[in-house]
Design a protein around this ligand. Structure first.
Ligand SMILES: O=C(O)COP(=O)(O)O
Ligand SMILES: [Mg+2]
Length: 221
């Protein structure tokens, strides 16, 4: 058994995007007279998409009233600076290059809305690796519903049974499980709590190791 396609999560898996998300949400909070969130707090709120990030941030600083306006302002602020401080994790460009050279089709499946996901990928030089990018607003449902992952796999014309999903969060784990797709958990991303009943197919200390895992053609369960 070897993998014929790989789908990646974005935030906390391929890129360290939390600083720009923190700047945008703290801008929203400042205009409402709320306190600023620490980077660690923001990281703990990432993983379920922009609306949930805004909801959690408002709730943590006094209450969720005005959520729709706050979400619109968050997206405006975020979209004007998606790549100010966001960096691709070490070794990721080389790993993606190696997978592409081996002919593996690759997609992104992120809960970040599709427009900033595409913009960020393009700005960081990742866009060319991913003919398919599924964001948190591409479909009516987002992860952990399995539909976005299935949509990405279908977009690649790949076989779900031979596809690996790579992510950093409980949301990604649940998504892969619901989609019945093998899952490689990348440590050191934005997952700040232990995941209940956690049994990923693979655990990797860093995202760059996806290359060795997939290109070795060996599946260790
Ligand atoms: O934007 C989020 O909440 C999470 O994004 P991710 O799915 O790329 O980790
Ligand atoms: Mg993530």
């Amino acid at each position: 058994m070897r993998y014929d396609a790989v789908v990646f999560d974005l935030d906390g898996t391929l890129v360290d995007s939390a600083p720009d998300m923190a700047r945008a949400i703290n801008g929203v909070l400042a205009t409402r007279g709320r306190r600023a969130l620490s980077l660690a707090e923001v990281i703990s709120f990432i993983g379920s998409g922009a609306r949930i990030l805004v909801q959690r941030s408002l709730r943590a600083t006094g209450g969720i009233e005005g959520e729709d306006d706050a979400l619109a302002e968050f997206l405006r602020r975020y979209e004007t600076g998606v790549d100010h401080e966001t960096a691709v994790y070490t070794g990721v460009m080389e790993m993606l290059g190696a997978l592409r050279a081996a002919g593996l089709p690759m997609a992104l499946c992120t809960n970040k809305p599709e427009a900033p996901a595409r913009d960020l990928s393009a700005r960081l030089g990742l866009g060319g690796f991913f003919p398919v990018i599924v964001g948190g607003d591409t479909l009516p449902v987002l992860k952990p519903d399995p539909a976005p992952l299935h949509h990405a796999i279908t977009g690649l014309s790949a076989d779900p049974a031979r596809t690996l999903y790579v992510g950093d969060s409980e949301t990604d784990y649940k998504t892969a499980r619901a989609a019945q797709v093998d899952f490689a958990f990348v440590e050191g991303g934005y997952q700040s709590r232990p995941i209940p009943d956690f049994a990923p197919t693979h655990r990797l200390a860093r995202p760059a190791l996806v290359g060795d895992l997939v290109l070795s053609g060996v599946v260790t369960r």
